[in-house]
Write a protein that binds this ligand. Structure first.
Ligand code: ADP
Ligand code: MG
Length: 317
């Protein structure tokens, strides 16, 4: 279990993590979701004692990271896959980690096998592809057979096979009763992996909910309509008690599953329809809505583009 209480980190004027309070529980994959710059990596570094909180507290099974004896046997983490010493072989890299953490040497071969690196165990890590480096980082996280695992954007830059492998591994670790906490800036990725969701934006907690509830609350079905007789169609819909709102591209949108009813109404009134399509708002859209302020903040914090850039932008638009 990982418990955060009012966890806060400031870098000068930047509030990277803002009074985060939540608990990561065992037995499920918990997705830690937020746009780039939301504060996910900073939070994870504080969990591991690599960064000191400005305020608040974070505990692993009730204790601070630096109070854990042989911490790798409590919590394993993949933060930055490139942080491996490139000159060592995969085997020796893991052996050093094991020896400095009171972990028996036999675990090295075991975790190399788990991540599928046995055949390249004696090869230097600097020759490894991104995917192999990622697997080696995960081997390090698994070395101490910890009850808690934490992965920061583990699928970034991986091919579909690597992504599938990591997703399957995280689910099986959770199914063994472990606590699995994994960050991503992609809702689509989390939807396939996580059972529970913690969403942050600008360092602040925006949602702490089961994935099922998040989907239920955010899957919006609606109907998109286009007609050359839009204004009159609006009146007819209004008379029938159907509220339509104007959407982009001259279209109208109506909440809910009303395509058939709208089609019949239109036919009875002799309207021409160019489009009548039932739609489902994606989880990605729900995530974007939820974190819109955070995204806006980052758009504004970018330096102003030069005037010629504006010109090019307008022409392109
Ligand atoms: P995420 O992992 O969600 O993309 P980060 O935790 O990396 O977000 O960053 C959160 C915010 O804190 C960003 O605005 C980032 O620029 C800032 N930040 C992170 N680390 C530092 C640091 N060492 N010094 C100054 N600002 C930092
Ligand atoms: Mg990050």
């Amino acid at each position: 279990m990982i418990e955060l209480e009012g966890l806060t980190k400031r870098y000068g004027d930047t509030v990277a993590v803002d009074r985060l309070t939540f608990t990561v529980r065992p037995g499920v994959v918990t997705g830690f979701l937020g746009p780039n710059g939301a504060g996910k990596s900073t939070t994870m570094r504080m969990i591991l004692g690599l960064d000191h909180p400005t305020a608040g507290d974070v505990r692993i099974d009730g204790r601070h990271y630096d109070r854990l004896k042989d911490p790798l046997t409590y919590i394993g983490a993949l933060l930055d896959a490139k942080a491996v010493h490139g000159g060592r072989s995969a085997y020796n890299h893991l052996l050093c980690l094991a020896q400095s953490n009171g972990i028996p040497e036999r675990r090295v071969a075991e975790v190399l096998d788990t991540v599928g690196l046995t055949s390249v165990a004696r090869k230097k890590a600097k020759g490894f592809s991104l995917g192999m480096g990622q697997r080696l980082g995960i081997a390090g996280a698994l070395l101490g057979d910890p009850r808690i695992l934490m992965f920061d954007e583990p699928v970034n830059g991986l091919d579909p096979e690597g992504i599938h492998w990591i997703r399957t591994l995280m689910k099986s670790l959770a199914a063994q009763g472990r606590t699995v906490f994994v960050s991503s800036h992609l809702m689509s990725e989390m939807a396939l992996t996580a059972e529970h969701l913690v969403v942050i934006g600008q360092g602040r907690l925006l949602a702490d909910t089961s994935m099922a509830d998040f989907i239920r609350q955010n899957s919006r079905s609606y109907v998109r309509i286009r007609s050359p007789q839009r204004e009159r169609l609006l009146d007819v819909l209004h008379e029938a008690g159907i509220t339509a709102v104007q959407a982009g591209g001259g279209a109208l949108e109506v909440e809910g599953d009303k395509a058939e009813r709208i089609g019949e109404l239109a036919a009875r009134s002799g309207f021409v329809l160019h489009e009548l399509s039932p739609r489902q708002a994606s989880l990605e859209e729900a995530f974007m809505r939820l974190t819109a302020d955070a995204v806006e903040y980052h758009a504004h914090s970018r330096p102003d583009p030069a005037p010629q850039d504006w010109g090019a932008g307008w022409k392109g638009a």
